[in-house]
Design a protein around this ligand. Structure first.
Ligand code: GDP
Length: 446
């Protein structure tokens, strides 16, 4: 799912890479591309409009962040807006103060309610609850049986009408299940209700009757993500007919576009709480808007990296260093070398995240090569040098090397090695300074 959207957005961001500053025309072009991407992903038009308006306003008005390049800034804004339309903060289930907590499932027939009841049952059990699944779908001949089967697979209890006793009255079954749950110490009940192929009055009335009989703590509207734009109309009908507190997206595995997911929360103002992406009981999880947004952006943890880079990178240091190097390679001293290593070390804590950072290849290698102890050893050696030696390492001859080695408790060869590495680094730094900065390194003029 979201594959088309991800691809399109990735292409859009790629066009921004390497730009030093974004003009209004750049922002317009980017907004247009994002708009097409969203529409192609089947996101509802009003949602697209609002989204684009926000992104544009923020991109035009954004302060120039020192740590991020323009492409990163736009990614950051788009990400934050995506999280927003997906519902913002993760919302968790509300449990009743006096158990049992009643969770009622509502949705069209075939939306995946019964399957969801099993998944939710299993999930609740894993969270340490003792759930009871309640069969209130007495419409479909096989529904009760189907619920019993998923309950057994999930390893949770089921409550179904005894043959001949109250059959046909889902409201009574729901009421009885609450009493039964108290008796048998089930702290959560999941009520599976009947759906129809389309929205109809009777369906809504029955769901509303069950709702009034058991006052659910949560009514979850289950929607098949594969129905595309219809998801929005169906959601509106259920919102008006029964009302609901949260949304469950099912069959996310079946839709490459995912527009329904992006529209339902925004249009109904209710949060997506769970997502199902397969027929197996395990194909299910709590829904986190932030994680989903970064999945859509296809950038995994890049966003975390962007955040951390902003916090970590010392912009002033980077600028000072760049200015120095412009004057000539000799300006880069062993002190600078050490400072740079410390900077890389600081970023090392986020090295795992670097894998997917666009344009961070070079930095990543540096960090992978970085051995913590090596940094400490290097620091010790450099600190054993005189200020003169640090500023002008060509001074370091055989007898100075021996003195520095003694002072820092290392072999003479380690000192020699360090000085050689320093000259290598200096060469590289001055080449980069002439070439105009480090590509893709946040904060480095480039
Ligand atoms: P209900 O009528 O709302 O109770 O829907 P069901 O639970 O019976 O589901 C209808 C069909 O969708 C069944 O064949 C399920 O196996 C299938 N289904 C449910 N959830 C998912 C899902 O997340 N992914 C896929 N691919 N199929 C699902």
């Amino acid at each position: 799912m979201f594959d088309t959207l991800s691809d399109r957005l990735a292409a859009t961001f790629k066009n921004l890479r390497g730009k030093g500053r974004l003009s209004e025309a750049d922002i317009d072009a980017t907004a247009r591309e994002i708009r097409i991407a969203l529409l192609e992903a089947d996101v509802a038009l009003p949602v697209v409009r609002a989204f684009i308006k926000q992104v544009k306003e923020r991109a035009v008005g954004s302060e120039v962040s020192q740590a991020l390049n323009p492409a990163q800034q736009v990614i950051k804004i788009v990400n934050e807006e995506l999280v927003g339309i997906l519902g913002g903060e993760t919302r968790r289930l509300r449990y009743a103060k006096n158990p049992p907590t009643v969770i009622m499932l509502a949705g069209l027939q075939g939306s995946g309610k019964t399957t969801l009841a099993g998944k939710l049952g299993r999930w609740l059990k894993q969270q340490g609850h003792a759930p009871l699944l309640v069969a209130c779908d007495l419409q479909r001949p096989n529904a009760v049986n189907q619920l019993s089967v998923v309950a057994e697979r999930a390893g949770v209890a089921v409550f179904a009408p005894e043959p001949g006793n109250g059959v046909g009255d889902p409201v009574k079954v729901a009421e009885d299940s609450v009493v039964h749950a108290r008796d048998k110490h089930h702290d959560v009940i999941v009520v599976d209700t009947a759906g129809r192929l389309g929205i109809d009055e009777e369906l809504m009335r029955q769901a509303a009757d069950i709702r009034d009989a058991v006052s659910p703590d949560e009514i979850l509207f289950v929607v098949d993500a594969m129905i595309g734009q219809d998801a929005v109309t169906t959601a509106e009908a259920f919102r008006d007919g029964v009302g609901f507190d949260g949304v469950v997206l099912s069959k996310l595995d079946g839709d490459a576009r995912g527009g329904a997911a992006l529209s339902v929360a925004q249009v109904t103002g209710k949060q997506i709480m769970f997502a199902s992406n397969g027929e197996k009981l395990d194909d299910f999880d709590a829904f986190h808007p932030d994680r989903m947004a970064s999945r859509i952006l296809g950038m995994g943890d890049v966003l975390t990296l962007i955040e951390k880079a902003e916090q970590t990178f010392d912009q002033q240091e980077a600028e000072k260093m760049a200015a120095k190097l412009q004057k000539g390679p000799k300006e880069f001293t062993l002190d600078d070398f050490l400072a740079q290593m410390e900077q890389v070390r600081k970023m090392g804590s986020i090295s795992k995240l670097l894998g997917m950072m666009p344009g961070m290849g070079q930095m990543k290698e540096q960090i992978n090569d970085l051995d913590e102890r090596e940094v400490d050893r290097t620091a010790a050696i450099i600190k054993s040098m005189t200020p003169g030696e640090r500023a002008e390492p060509t001074l370091i001859n055989g007898s100075r090397r021996a003195r520095i080695a003694r002072g820092s408790g290392v072999e003479v060869s380690a000192v020699k090695n360090l000085v050689e590495r320093f000259f290598e680094a200096r060469k590289m730094m001055s080449r980069m300074a002439q070439g105009g900065g480090m590509p893709g390194m946040p904060g480095m003029p480039g």
